[in-house]
Write a protein that binds this ligand. Structure first.
Ligand SMILES: *Cc1c(COP(=O)(O)O)cnc(C)c1O
Length: 455
């Protein structure tokens, strides 16, 4: 067997089967894949193996092309019970929000066009009125995400000046968002106030100088200070700020428009409460508890929002048309008071344990295995740390739960569960109704599949 037994690139390209690959993947990529297959074959021959037949080379080439072009951003089934899971794309969108994206994506739109007057319009207008109605603020601005909203506010209002932040709030929320780093990036100077566990109003007062531009109040997000701890209330900071003509920027993180206490959870600060308490600007995410698309929302005083809108950075972090379409549709659910039934995040939070138990039991009956056990779901998304919701889980006891988890990830759509106490557990709370069939079919396949060692 010698290298001469291998076909040339040109000869392989003339095969009918390869022409099919060209039609599906394009000529230049196919040539590249053919070259790679031949290179691997030459190496195999040199190491004493038999030269592959042309049909084998073609199927290797096809496999290469499929691997190269396989999408990496894929829909999957979240059975972890973490409702706002940043690694799994945060909030699933409502039917209306998905429809709004589709409608706007397919063609042209009135993104920056004033239809009644037939002249240039403003993209900010699509969500602003809805946000004002819901929060009571004077003005609103939507940008790419909340990190951008906070960065824009600090850059626009406090560059080369000082910003007071309590040492209890010098947080990192993951994904590289750290309050001290954002401040540095904005060109504002961080003035740390108080101590790690306790900060008092008098600490803020004594830190105010000629150069102070802003007081930043950041939600603790994903951690909790317990024990001997204290921080002034937003209203107290607003009062102090007024005495010195200093605006308060409230980074709410998740921010909610609904009262989480009504769902058996701890209190997550609501946007409208922040506005009412007098925050000059309140910043929050679109895809956390709001349940919409990725976005950063700033609501607050007209003069300040206007200043930020005109800042060059606003152009660099602006929201796109798909985001604005989905956000408007999501906000409309709140206006119509139908968030709980229409916004998936809230439907999941509101799900009754009895319903979750029935769903887990149905899964068990269908699969004919596993055990339905009590468990806890979490809200996630940097909101409500330590807070959980009672749920019922399907717990699958197999010899190798991580092997089963791996098989589930290889399915289409992939299924993501959780391993707890050496079992694979699946939480119905985060599985959308139309995902149940693919979930059950996938589970059955993974358990029965070839070499079904998982069972
Ligand atoms: C999540 C969060 C952010 C960042 O929001 P993104 O929308 O992810 O950019 C900022 N601040 C706090 C307190 C948060 O919880």
């Amino acid at each position: 067997m010698s290298l001469r037994d291998l076909p040339s690139v040109d000869r392989l390209m003339q095969l009918e089967a390869v022409e099919g690959l060209v039609a599906a993947f394009g000529r230049s990529l196919t040539v590249e894949a053919v070259r790679e297959s031949l290179k691997a074959a030459r190496e195999a021959v040199r190491s004493g193996q038999v030269a592959p037949q042309p049909t084998e080379l073609v199927s290797q080439t096809r496999a290469r092309l499929e691997t190269w072009l396989a999408p990496t951003l894929r829909p999957l089934i979240n059975a972890t019970g973490v409702i706002i899971h940043t690694n799994l794309g945060r909030a699933p969108l409502s039917q209306a929000a998905r429809q709004a994206i589709q409608d706007v994506a397919a063609g042209y739109s009135s993104l920056e066009f004033d239809l009644p007057h037939g002249r240039r319009g403003n993209r900010d207008e699509h969500c602003e009125q809805l946000l004002l109605r819901l929060t009571g603020a004077e003005a609103a601005l939507v940008v790419n995400n909340n990190a951008a909203a906070v960065l824009l506010a600090l850059t626009g209002l406090a560059r080369r000046k000082e910003v007071l932040v309590s040492r209890t709030q010098l947080i990192e929320i993951g994904g590289g968002f750290r309050i001290p780093d954002i401040l540095k990036q904005s060109g504002a100077k961080l003035v740390e106030v108080g101590t790690t566990n306790r900060t008092h109003l008098r600490d803020y007062r004594s830190a105010i100088s000629e150069r102070t531009a802003l007081i930043l109040l950041a939600h603790h997000s994903n951690f909790k200070i317990i024990g001997f701890a204290a921080e002034p209330e937003l209203a107290e900071l607003v009062e102090l700020g007024r005495e010195h003509e200093l605006p308060v920027l409230h980074d709410l993180g998740s921010g909610s428009l609904l009262d989480t206490r009504a769902y058996g959870l701890g209190a997550e600060p609501r946007v409208q409460d922040s506005v009412r308490a007098g925050a000059a600007l309140t910043a929050f995410s679109g895809d956390k508890l709001l349940g919409g698309p990725q976005a950063g929302i700033l609501v607050g005083e007209r003069v300040l929002i206007g200043q930020l809108r005109r800042h060059p950075m606003a152009r660099a972090v602006r929201a796109d048309k798909l985001c604005l379409a989905a956000l408007s549709a999501t906000l409309l659910h709140y206006i119509r008071e139908e968030a709980e039934t229409h916004i998936p995040v809230w439907t999941m939070i509101a799900a009754a344990p009895a319903d979750l138990s029935r769903r887990a039991q149905r899964w068990q009956a269908r699969l004919g295995l596993g055990e339905v056990i009590e468990g806890r779901s979490t809200v996630g998304g940097g909101s409500l740390p330590e807070e959980t919701l009672p749920t019922w889980l399907l717990s699958v006891d197999v010899p190798h739960p991580s092997e089963l988890a791996r098989r589930l990830r290889e399915l289409d759509p992939p299924i993501i569960g959780r391993i707890a106490d050496d079992r694979l557990v699946l939480d119905p709370r985060t599985v959308l109704p139309d995902e149940e069939e693919p979930l059950l079919a996938g589970l059955a396949a993974a358990l029965e599949g070839p070499g079904g060692t998982a069972r």
